[in-house]
Write a protein that binds this ligand. Structure first.
Ligand code: ZN
Length: 333
């Protein structure tokens, strides 16, 4: 108990909007933030989070000549961004849908730089801990990429004020596309049966007849399988031969799928059941359209649906198989 009680916690005093000139950055703050991203966020979102500011007591022995000094423990980059904004109006606007709104910080009006602060009192060691952990905890966090993608995708491409760019979104999609391929149950089965070359990679066109769609380099399935896999010289043989390959996680080095030049991503998010159904339908369509990648199959399916709906307005209202196949761009043999 005595060990714990040595660490004095910070005590909340009040929340106040403080002119920038009265705030002091934390001396020696080690984190180097991205001021441009912070400023963009302030303009589009406003100051949604208070700075955490230590009020140094007038009788503080280390600062006897500056009574009441306010030191920013957390939010030093917000402080910098507000300073970079300067007095209003800044003239910046941002667009929500079709509406153009003024800067969220100055409101497009005369404004003296100030920050909303939660003011606390604490000792020097606690001040230092708060400054360190506030920076550190952000570093230590990780992301659920799927959840992150859904959050970003929910903004319909308007990424202003999120700190994310279109490039970040593209990188995220590439990572998740790999995950999805690994989860697709049709991947390995169809590759083994080798019938139609169910190439999963977009843009790869399996050649008719020679469906060598699993590169040997991916190979734990083929190469390292048999008892022929001898241990490297100088190393003891594995105690149980043949066990090791099957217990290895099925993670062949999947290539990161590049976004083909001139193409863009279209994100569709589904509940797991719907995604599984979509995968089943796409796998079935691939048997008819072996050369088509997933995006092409989905597009052809939509064209066919539109052809059906259009035909209801035709004079005779007849939908023929030939017309549907034509809409789907399926070649008849
Ligand atoms: Zn502004």
């Amino acid at each position: 108990m005595t060990e714990v009680s040595k660490v004095a916690s910070a005590t909340y005093l009040r929340t106040a909007t403080v002119p920038l000139g009265e705030l002091t950055p934390y001396p020696g703050n080690a984190k180097r933030g991205d001021a441009a991203t912070s400023l963009e966020s302030l303009c589009s979102n406003g100051q949604y989070r208070s700075l955490v500011v230590r009020e140094v007591e007038p009788d503080q022995p280390d600062q006897p000549d500056q009574p009441g000094r306010l030191v920013v423990l957390a939010g030093n980059h917000t402080l910098q961004a507000i300073a970079a904004h300067g007095p209003g109006p800044c003239g910046m606007t941002y667009t929500v849908g079709e509406e153009e709104r003024p800067c969220g910080l100055c409101g497009g009006k005369p404004w003296e730089p100030a920050a909303r602060c939660e003011i606390v009192t604490c000792n020097d060691a606690t001040a230092r801990r708060i400054n360190l952990v506030d920076n550190r905890s952000a570093d230590l966090g990780t992301y659920d990429d799927t959840a992150l993608l859904e959050l970003i995708a929910g903004l319909d491409g308007d990424l202003i004020g999120t700190g994310y760019t279109d490039t970040d979104l593209g990188d995220l999609l590439e990572v998740l596309e790999i995950v999805q391929i690994e989860e697709t149950p049709y991947d390995e089965d169809e590759a083994d049966e080798g019938e139609e070359g169910g190439g999963q990679e977009n843009g790869r066109e399996p050649q008719q007849g020679q469906a060598d769609d699993v590169p040997a380099a991916q190979g734990p399935a083929g190469a390292a399988d048999g008892p022929a896999a001898a241990p490297p010289a100088g190393q003891p043989a594995a105690p149980a031969q043949g066990v090791q390959p099957t217990t290895q996680p099925a993670q062949p080095a999947q290539p990161v799928l590049p976004q083909p030049p001139g193409q863009v991503h279209l994100i569709l998010t589904y509940p797991p059941e719907d995604r599984d159904e979509a995968n089943r339908l796409i796998a079935a369509a691939r048997e008819v359209l072996p050369a088509a990648g997933t995006p092409e199959i989905v597009l052809r399916g939509l064209r066919t649906l539109v052809a059906v709906l259009d035909s209801r307005h035709a004079p005779d209202g007849t939908v023929t198989v030939a017309s549907l196949l034509r809409a789907a761009d399926v070649e008849l043999h």
